[in-house]
Design a protein around this ligand. Structure first.
Ligand code: DAK
Length: 258
């Protein structure tokens, strides 16, 4: 399918969605968000895709929602059309594992999109920020919520109240990103991780993802109970039996995704 604001490809069970509006540092206009939503939904429904990598350009993953698209709207406009709500959370709702590969600026909505992925792999050039406060507004897609859960109150307050950016090493220390690599190695590393995930038993990977996500929506006791029951449920998969047999027989497992 031909897109205007993104590029897509698949390689060995891994889908890549590249934000491609470099002249505006991948500012997330309505068209880009709609295209990204359509592409992500399509890959999520494709059983041949075992992991999705979302990435941007070298200078910017995305510098935020498109400020020029928002500037002339009034409250009545944004409330009436439920402004930029459609498609914004698609990435967070997928069952397929997702990786955000971030180089350069991930600001405002760009930081929020990255945080919707299951993990962030960052180039050493990455800069994360929620600068909405500097343009007279606040985040609208998780910048006060997912960021706070990821990095804690103090760093989230600092970022949300000053709009200042943090670098990749700070993001790594704070737990916002899983890994930092030299910029030139970003895609190789993101694709290596994605291929590893795509090469495992897909139904088991999906329940592992679901179990981790329950940690954000439940008490510890409820989460542990969910994990225990889901662990028991993996014994219904042929792949669980195959994985343990392969270990005991010192061979590679042959996953059936069943
Ligand atoms: N929107 C529109 N255009 C942008 C943009 C943005 N966010 N960021 C950059 N651009 C454009 C610039 O206007 C410029 O265009 P031209 O002037 O060449 O036409 C081009 O990209 C290159 O940018 P600069 O010339 O500014 O490049 P610099 O290297 O000098 O600076 C920068 C890079 C990233 C520091 C700077 O561009 C910048 O500060 N950008 C804005 C960052 C920002 O404030 N981001 C937050 C936007 S508000 C919601 C979902 C999401 C949101 C809200 C609600 N719902 C689901 C309800 C999100 C809101 C936001 O993200």
């Amino acid at each position: 399918m031909a897109y205007e604001y993104i590029e897509t490809e698949t390689r060995d069970g891994v889908a890549i969605v590249t934000l491609n509006r470099p002249e505006a540092l991948n500012a997330l206009n309505a068209g880009l968000i709609a295209e990204m939503g359509a592409a992500l939904r399509g890959f999520d429904a494709d059983p041949a895709v075992g992991c999705i990598v979302v990435t941007g350009g070298e200078k910017a993953f995305a510098a935020g929602a498109d400020i020029k698209e928002m500037r002339d709207k009034g409250y009545a406009d944004v409330a009436a059309e439920d402004f930029i709500t459609d498609d914004w959370e698609v990435l967070a709702d997928l069952r397929t594992p997702t990786i955000a590969a971030v180089s350069g600026y991930a600001l405002g909505g760009g930081c929020e999109v990255a945080m919707m992925a299951d993990m962030i792999v960052a180039a050493d050039t990455a800069k994360f920020g929620q600068p909405e406060i500097t343009i007279g507004t606040i985040p609208g897609a998780g910048g006060t919520q997912r960021l706070t859960r990821a990095v804690g109150k103090s760093l989230s307050m600092y970022m949300n109240l000053t709009g200042e950016f943090i670098d990749a090493e700070t993001a790594l220390r704070a737990g916002l990103v899983a890994k930092v690599v030299p910029q030139a190695e970003l895609m190789d590393e993101a694709l290596r991780i994605a291929a590893k995930i795509a090469g495992l038993s897909q139904p088991v990977v999906r329940v592992a993802k679901e179990a981790v996500n329950v940690a954000f929506e439940s008490t510890l006791a409820e989460g542990i109970r969910f994990e225990r029951r889901t662990f028991h449920a993996t014994f219904a998969f042929e792949d669980r039996k195959e994985g343990m047999a392969a270990f005991a027989e010192k061979r590679k497992p042959a996953w059936k995704n069943r």
